[in-house]
Design a protein around this ligand. Structure first.
Ligand SMILES: [Zn+2]
Length: 195
């Protein structure tokens, strides 16, 4: 059995140890799930790709009206906990009638179908912000916070939720997930520029 201090926390890389120690303790004591349930009691009813698209389009209309069209927003079963990204924004380029057409698509891990409402909101805001800001820099996080005032707390708590989820389903997660197994890292697309 691993002692709390040895518990790997792949979703929480980069956070200071003073924040992580209580997480290890809560995992060891089995109280992390209750903590999250108390803090985020609200589920969401967004179960289909159609509803997800409508929700994302409404957010985009409110905050990023001029960011260019979004062709698709879908839940993706292939984005699992051991995947390096749990949300992606990709640009798919195709030549059509001599013109290069670009379509931007957001994929959200199906893990978020069952997640608390605010966590789905967090990952949607993250991917939508990439429509304007490619890098995870100050401008990017400023935009995220503009769309969702609690963004930073929600990102941390979403990482807690993913940590808890991985602890419930150890078989679905590789022994040593890559350090970059973050919930919201964009994934380079195949053809055309990433994101
Ligand atoms: Zn990102």
């Amino acid at each position: 059995m691993t002692t709390p201090a040895e518990t790997p926390l792949p979703f929480l890389g980069g956070y200071p140890e003073q924040l992580l120690a209580p997480v290890r303790l809560a995992l060891a004591e089995g109280t992390l799930g209750e903590h999250l349930q108390r803090r985020y009691p609200e589920a969401h009813g967004i179960r289909s790709d159609t509803l997800l698209y409508e929700h994302a389009a409404a957010l985009k209309q409110r905050h990023l009206r001029h960011a260019g069209p979004l062709a698709k927003v879908v839940f993706d079963n292939r984005l699992q906990l051991d995947h390096r990204a749990l949300g992606t924004l990709t640009t798919v380029s195709r030549v059509q009638g001599g013109n290069l057409k670009s379509k931007r698509e957001i994929r959200i891990s199906a893990v978020f179908k069952q997640a608390p409402a605010q966590m789905l909101e967090m990952i949607l805001v993250h991917e939508l912000a990439h429509l304007k800001e490619r890098e995870h820099d100050k401008a990017f996080y400023g935009l995220c916070q503009h769309m969702l005032a609690d963004y930073h707390q929600l990102e941390f708590d979403t990482r807690l939720y993913l940590t808890w989820l991985a602890a419930q389903r150890p078989a679905s997660v590789s022994q040593t997930p890559p350090a970059s197994a973050l919930p919201a890292e964009p994934e380079p697309s195949g053809p055309g520029p990433a994101r």
